[in-house]
Design a protein around this ligand. Structure first.
Ligand code: MEV
Length: 324
């Protein structure tokens, strides 16, 4: 039996449908080529050890029988609960040491928690000789995210497991890969860290006060997602950009856009992008911009002018894999 295995999983960017996806509407997500890596090592002692320097967790140690018990540092939660869930479902006789390393900052909103959950589970499954299907892996990783956050559609878990670009419905009820080999996408980071659960709760409060209005917005977003799916597969970038702009309008109506995000978005549009919107929960994190190749530099400059930071990523990246 192997003593250690490394797995990696991609980060993600939401293209269309955030927030509405929490309420049973579809979304479109793409996996990005910046990856999270986890090495899982079998230990002789019945201990759990974690080194996750990217999220400031070093030298974390507890007994395997105490997994999930007591105060768990934020940066250790997903890995610890993933191992607990794996052990409860499939059995785990030994102690484990996990070392994570990310190619992207946990501040970007690329889904570092979900990606680390997925690669830890993948490596654990391989090490213990359990051949988990992607469906089983998704189910256990999504359970882990829900155990910790209580909320979320699982779109980020799906991107980490399956990769590519997916048309997705909460819990993996629909999971359709879209054939898109290239996407002229530019990503701008706002410099502000957003908290997804807080933003979901804020939208929920608005929805409790104006249920018919907000339900109506979700239904309109669903129409945008379905049109975007067609336009993306036809590479009709003009229409994809226009739909991004309309989706952004609805996200602003839900109250999740910010002045900073709006500044970056308007700057990018003024530089002749096809379209621009926030990506993810809002409140901060990143914007995505679709632009003709000839306008890429101008758009990147415009994002910088609005005090955003351009992040170079490729979309449609491979899902979770074992690293040699
Ligand atoms: C957050 O990146 C996207 C949301 O739709 C939450 C989710 O789908 O889990 C706001």
């Amino acid at each position: 039996m192997k003593k250690h295995i490394t797995a990696s999983a991609p980060g993600k960017l939401m293209l269309f449908g955030e927030h509405a996806v929490v309420y049973e509407r579809p979304c479109i997500v793409t996996a990005v080529d910046q990856r999270m890596r986890a090495t899982v090592e079998i230990l002789d002692a019945p201990d759990f050890l974690l080194e996750a320097p990217d999220v400031k967790v070093t030298g974390y140690k507890k007994s395997m029988k105490d997994l999930g018990v007591g105060d768990i540092p934020k940066g250790a939660k997903f890995v610890e609960i993933a191992i607990k869930n794996f052990s409860e479902k499939y059995g785990l006789e030994t102690g484990v040491k996990v070392t994570t390393k990310s190619e992207f900052s946990s501040q970007f909103g690329f889904g570092s928690s979900s990606a680390s959950t997925v690669c830890v589970l993948k490596a654990l499954a391989e090490l213990s000789g359990k051949k988990l299907s992607n469906k089983q892996l998704f189910a256990l990783a999504y359970k882990t995210v829900l155990d910790i956050q209580g909320k979320g559609s699982g779109f980020d878990v799906a991107a980490a497991v399956y990769g590519g670009t997916l048309y997705y419905v909460i819990g993996g009820k629909k999971l359709q890969p879209l054939e898109i080999d290239s996407l002229p996408l530019i990503v701008g980071y706002s410099g502000v860290k957003a908290d997804t659960v807080t933003l979901i709760n804020t939208v929920k409060q608005t929805s409790n006060k104006y249920p018919r209005v907000i339900e109506g917005i979700y239904t309109e977003i669903e129409k945008i997602v379905d049109l975007a799916k067609k336009s993306l597969t036809k590479k009709d970038w003009q229409s994809v950009g226009e739909l991004m702009n309309i989706n952004q309008g609805y996200l602003a109506s839900l109250g999740v856009s910010t002045r900073k995000l709006a500044d970056m978005i308007y700057s990018a549009r003024d530089a002749d992008a096809y379209g621009a919107k926030l990506s993810g929960a809002g409140g901060g994190d990143c914007i995505i911009v679709l632009a003709p190749d000839a306008k890429k530099l101008a758009v990147e400059e415009a994002i910088a002018q609005a005090s955003g930071k351009v992040i170079q990523v490729k979309t449609n990246a491979e899902g979770v894999r074992i690293e040699k």
